[in-house]
Design a protein around this ligand. Structure first.
Ligand SMILES: [Zn+2]
Length: 311
């Protein structure tokens, strides 16, 4: 792909839709969800301990993890495991016990929360270190959260589609995403942040981004992905909107390469298996530009090996 084509690809409405949707989930939703789930888990944990004295006793020996199961739990850990399962909306799914440090269940509510989350969170100690999908999974699986889980699952579904969309989504998709996110936010009507977050989502999705790319040195050296420059072409006419729009443009610029990297990693190393078409699309996107190719050289090697294995 020539430089001009790559710039056109970055400026395609579908790529800009993708960026805006990622921004909403990653930047706007994460903090309020972390605040909310943190408070909720704190009170859930306190209630559990008050209702069951066995949950207040210290762990003797932490259980061992074998093939996703905890074996030989002590009395206290065993009670905690029972309680966690009793409050699991889908106890038949694999519970990611390896996220947890069972000997901390007694005094650390976030160690309990992590049992309801996707795997890979062993080293995460606080709500604010979790990403939006992890927090949405907690709300979906733990029955302490009295929200409409259909709405929660719909946003999780949109988020998964976003990962597999290889950096592009169409207007129809974005419209559905906006509706489902809006429905989710309405569930938090008693939270003080609800209206502000709803407004931020609407503003972000209405932004008209114009993407230019800064060349370093001679044009033949290629485009510099790190220096992609996002400018706002136009937006709703509001007095205070200009500074917010430039802030937003700055944030999206900061986020872009990092989001690409996280998405590529989830596709390659996540729990889902990748199909061949997805790998081919991913590879051609990353090779479209010399800088991206350099930034993602290790990932491109993984893609080549995966495709080779499947021949
Ligand atoms: Zn124990």
């Amino acid at each position: 792909m020539a430089s001009g084509d790559f710039l056109a690809c970055m400026n395609s409405p579908e790529h800009k839709n993708w960026l805006k949707a990622v921004y909403c989930l990653r930047q706007i939703m994460r903090e309020p969800l972390a605040l909310y789930t943190n408070d909720q888990m704190k009170s859930f944990h306190r209630d559990l301990r008050q209702q069951n004295v066995f949950l207040q006793t210290a762990c003797n020996t932490p259980p061992r993890l074998r093939r996703d199961e905890l074996s030989q739990p002590c009395e206290s850990c065993s009670r905690w495991m029972d309680v966690i399962m009793q409050h699991h909306r889908q106890p038949t799914v694999t519970v990611n016990w390896d996220n947890c440090n069972p000997s901390h269940w007694r005094h650390d509510y976030w160690e309990v929360a992590k049992a309801y989350m996707p795997r890979g969170l062993k080293k995460v100690g606080r709500a604010h270190e979790c990403d939006t999908p992890a927090l949405l999974n907690l709300i979906n699986f733990c029955d302490h959260f009295k929200l409409d889980t259909t709405v929660v699952r719909q946003v999780i579904q949109y988020r998964n589609e976003l990962v597999h969309a290889i950096f592009k989504v169409n207007d129809e998709w974005l419209h559905g995403f906006r509706t489902s996110l809006s429905n989710l936010i309405r569930q938090f009507h008693s939270e003080p942040w609800m209206e502000k977050v709803q407004q931020q989502i609407q503003e972000t999705l209405a932004l008209d981004l114009s993407i230019s790319i800064v060349f370093q040195g001679h044009a033949a050296d290629g485009l510099v992905a790190d220096n992609m420059n996002y400018a706002i072409a136009q937006g709703p006419a509001r007095d205070d909107a200009d500074s917010r729009r430039s802030e937003l443009a700055f944030s999206i610029r900061q986020m872009q390469v990092q989001s690409l990297r996280e998405t590529v990693h989830e596709l390659l190393y996540g729990e889902d298996t990748q199909d061949s078409e997805e790998l081919a699309m991913l590879s051609s996107f990353l090779q479209a530009n010399r800088n991206l190719e350099q930034l993602f050289s290790a990932e491109l090697q993984t893609i080549r090996s995966l495709r080779e294995e499947r021949k």
